[in-house]
Design a protein around this ligand. Structure first.
Ligand code: URA
Length: 425
């Protein structure tokens, strides 16, 4: 069946539903180049403004899955589970989480991306480990999953190519924030990846895509419904991203903090989220009645981490890259930290060189920020609030302004941050 792209754009512009056939035609013809970028841009804007119903979002997701290959792990002796985070500042949870879940006999095929903008990418973080390789063939991915039980690697170009094309277009047309487009983008890749269980970490707050709990809840409900419709056991946690996760932000710094957690230490918020997401993934994969914090304490998750890193050429004992320059920001007054804004800290870290501005840019592995305080911490004037790291000294001025502006100190004590704000299943 053939349609006209212009007629479909007008139909969505006038708030009508697109049929299954129309959506399938649109995605297939956009992927092959028949539907032009400018037409798909107009369609993305019409979807952002007028929305899509559940059936349309499901059809869009299925059409994006069908634009590429679909992996399957049915031959594995273990169940599979994966996690996807909508992205945040200091969000290194995938690093300790994948080996932790694998240490309970549930395989984790985690296909990840690189960072763009103020939220870091998992692959950039792991590439800070000397020797570690992000690219695996499908055969290598399968063998590592069977032998080690955990893989974090680059998503191949064969997985949901329609999403790859559409995502680049959305990035430059102000259409990233549309819930139907975010949901179909995330879920097309996760369903095509072949996991049988999936947990979504939907971030809420200044450092996240979704700034309010209402919007985050709507996104989480859409994601969970898409997963369940596709036969994947899916649930979501809504978690706070108004302030950074943990104390270290930046590629090598986040690997360092992940290893602290795997060694049984690390900041309480990173431990809490790692354990809660592990519990959720294990339960979606049918493993209940275990306390995931145990394998952080007894070294079993660390053993899996070492195997996982070594299997991809990395040396888990190698020293991590360090930045050439550092600068401490000191508190100018005494009191309690009442604000430590995730977005401003994230942008400062990005400007220091931890992130990239354009896809082709290289990241600085040692760049980033180490915090000395979190929300609620008591601080005296003159004590360090944070240390900034970069290889490029000229980057300090702008980053100091941003990071300094992220902090507020008040006279009275401040309530502890609530990290887990809700659960959708
Ligand atoms: N992550 C994705 O993969 N796609 C989006 O649209 C947003 C976040």
């Amino acid at each position: 069946m053939s349609f006209s792209a212009v007629e479909l754009i007008i139909k969505k512009r006038e708030r009508f539903e697109l049929s299954t056939e129309e959506i399938r035609w649109l995605v297939a013809n956009y992927t092959s180049g028949v539907v032009a970028d400018e037409q798909m841009s107009a369609m993305a804007m019409a979807i952002l403004l007028n929305g899509m119903n559940r059936r349309e979002v499901k059809d869009l997701t299925l059409a994006m899955i069908d634009s590429g290959e679909r992996l399957e792990f049915d031959g594995l002796a273990m169940p599979t589970a994966d996690k996807h985070s909508t992205g945040g500042v200091g969000d290194k949870i995938t690093l300790p989480l994948a080996p932790l879940v694998a240490s309970y006999g549930v395989a984790v095929p985690q296909l990840s991306g690189r960072g763009l903008g103020h939220t870091g990418g998992t692959l950039d973080k792991l590439e800070a480990i000397p020797g570690w390789q992000a690219s695996l063939s499908n055969t290598e991915l399968y063998s590592q999953l069977a032998e080690v039980g955990a893989v974090i690697c680059a998503a191949g170009s064969g997985l949901a190519p329609a999403d790859r094309k559409l995502y680049s277009l959305r990035d430059v047309t102000g259409t990233v924030e549309a819930i139907p487009l975010i949901a179909s983008s995330i879920m097309s890749k996760k369903i095509a990846e072949g996991t049988k269980a999936l947990v979504l970490d939907v971030k809420v707050g200044s450092g996240a895509f979704m700034k309010t709990l209402d919007r985050a809840t709507e996104l989480a409900q859409t994601l969970v419904a898409l997963g369940q419709d596709a036969g994947v056991n899916t649930s979501a946690l809504l978690t706070d991203m108004s302030t950074p996760l943990g104390l270290k932000i930046g590629n090598a710094l986040e690997v360092e903090e992940s290893v602290e957690v795997l060694a049984g230490g690390g900041p309480a918020d990173v431990i809490e989220l790692t354990v809660e997401l592990a519990r959720e993934m294990l339960s979606q994969a049918g493993v209940t009645g275990v306390d995931p914090s145990e394998n952080l304490r007894n070294g079993k998750a660390m053993d899996k981490w070492r195997q996982m890193i070594s299997a991809q050429g990395g040396n888990p004992d190698a020293e991590l890259p360090k930045a050439k320059h550092s600068h401490q920001i000191l508190a100018t007054e005494s009191g309690f930290v009442s604000r430590l804004d995730a977005l401003e800290v994230g942008v400062a870290s990005w400007r220091l060189g931890a992130g990239r501005e354009r896809k082709e840019d290289a990241v600085q592995f040692g760049a980033g920020i180490e915090l000395n305080v979190q929300i609620g911490s008591r601080i005296e004037a003159g004590q360090p609030l944070m240390t900034l790291f970069t290889d490029t000294e000229e980057k300090f001025a702008r980053a100091i302004e941003l990071a300094g502006g992220a902090v507020e100190i008040s006279n009275s004590s401040v309530a502890q941050r609530k990290l887990i704000l809700g659960r959708i299943s």
